[in-house]
Design a protein. Structure first.
Length: 110
């Protein structure tokens, strides 16, 4: 079993930029499919006028610390490097959440 956090604005598609995400939907992945667990509220990590705030990155890392991966539509190079340096697996993907999670399970990505 793996647990993933998905950045989404509508609850149906992976369509949110990491830095703009106000919440993450958390799913558990298993051999027989995936199960929605909960929504976790977050403060957007990127404030356009302020740029990147690693304190906000750290809060999101803590919020999602029990997840094996983070799925986002887009993430900047600096933010991705910061997350990776803290052992957070982050994937840029897009499409329906169901299709993306099914592909992760079928391809045994996690």
């Amino acid at each position: 079993m793996s647990k993933v956090a998905v950045a989404t604005s509508d609850g149906f598609t992976v369509n949110e930029h990491f830095g703009h995400a106000k919440f993450f939907r958390v799913y558990e992945l298993g051999e027989n499919g995936h199960t929605f667990l909960e929504v976790r509220d977050a403060v957007a990590a990127c404030q356009h006028q302020l740029g990147h705030d690693t304190t906000r990155f750290d809060k999101i890392i803590e919020l999602l610390s029990d997840c094996d991966a983070l799925l986002v539509q887009k993430i900047g190079e600096g933010a991705a490097a910061y997350l990776i340096s803290r052992n957070v697996r982050v994937f840029e993907v897009s499409g329906s959440i169901d299709a993306v999670l099914d592909k992760f399970i079928a391809d045994r990505i996690l």
